[in-house]
Design a protein around this ligand. Structure first.
Ligand code: NDP
Length: 290
């Protein structure tokens, strides 16, 4: 078993990018995929083709798994549990924190060191300075393979709870998702005008959002602090502008449900006697369990 050997299980868009990065970095890379033809290009670049998952696992001390979801991970790895004994499994499949913890428990039951991860990259940015990958699980497992994991993108260890990488991954993706929803909403509004066009509008939107993103660290500090929030705006002022966003959307023939819901929330907070829009107020509203 070669310490500079890595196996990659799952050769979809992302798995192929991961395997490609490892080959480029000089690792002896063994690959397996349900549809074997997806290994052709990698094999031409020097990857070793495994004909079974078990064969792939046995080829390396470290196996990196990147599949559709955890049900597929479970179905594929369960028959190879014996082969995984004494080896390390890094699961970069997108999933929930509980799925990560359950997979760690299953791996530990089979004598396998487990790390869960979240890839903050797209296939074309894997192994570039833009890529980072979140990891959680036992620190010793991370340290043992950190050098290899750094090949895929900056490796960020978050903690011993195997679920925290998935939690942060999904939290980061949720911000991206809402940002794109906001982008499309704003483009629908802007292009409702006869002189509006998406490209010209987006030339204004990107610098605007980039500038507003600079405010987030101050909001975050207010979330973490028990002191009086540094950033505060009148709730009534925010409500007035959100009502205008809803009305202008309706007038432009664009769905306004998000802003109508947002206005209803702000009205509720005002009715409760709150007067300032601050990060702690928003957090209290969002946290259903508090
Ligand atoms: P793809 O759809 O390209 O690949 C899916 C992979 O899962 C393939 O290897 C596919 O095998 C395999 N698979 C699906 N169903 C089964 C099954 N029933 N049995 C066996 N194998 C199966 O997806 P990606 O590579 O893009 O995504 C993989 C993971 O990476 C996901 O969790 C995704 O969220 C994550 N990710 C992807 C990013 C991206 O930009 N693409 C970005 C960050 C994370 P087959 O080839 O045989 O169909």
């Amino acid at each position: 078993m070669n310490n500079a050997a890595v196996s990659v299980i799952g050769l979809g868009e992302m798995g192929r990018a991961l395997a490609d990065a490892l080959i480029t970095a000089g690792y002896c890379t063994t690959v397996w995929n349900r549809s074997a033809a997806k290994a052709d290009d990698l094999a031409a670049r020097g990857a070793v083709r495994a004909t079974t998952v078990e064969e792939a696992v046995l080829a390396s001390p470290l196996s990196i798994v990147c599949l559709l979801d955890y049900d597929v991970v479970d179905a594929i790895l369960r028959p190879a549990a014996g082969a995984l004994h004494g080896r390390t499994l890094v699961n970069l499949t997108n999933g929930t924190p509980d799925q990560a913890r359950q997979t760690e428990a299953w791996a530990e039951d089979h004598g396998t060191a487990y790390l869960d991860g979240g890839i903050m990259a797209i296939p074309s940015t894997v192994a570039t300075s833009q890529a980072f990958v979140l990891y959680s699980g036992q620190r010793a497992h991370f340290e043992a393979h950190k050098e290899t994991l750094e090949v895929l993108g900056s490796a960020k260890y978050l903690g011993a709870d195997a679920g925290i990488a998935a939690l942060y991954d999904l939290a980061l993706l949720s911000a991206m998702n809402v940002m794109f929803d906001g982008f499309f909403h704003s483009v629908a509004m802007a292009t409702s005008h006869k002189e509006g066009n998406a490209v010209g509008f987006t030339e204004l939107l990107v610098p605007w959002l980039t500038s507003m993103a600079q405010v987030m660290p101050a909001f975050a500090a207010d979330v973490d602090s028990d002191a009086e929030p540094v950033l505060a705006q009148g709730l009534d002022v925010v409500l007035a502008s959100v009502r205008n966003m809803a009305q202008a959307s309706r007038d432009a023939g664009v769905r306004a449900e998000y802003f109508e819901q947002s206005a209803a929330t702000l009205e509720k907070l005002l009715a409760e006697g709150l007067t300032a829009y601050t990060a702690p107020v928003v957090m209290r509203h969002l946290r259903t369990s508090s």
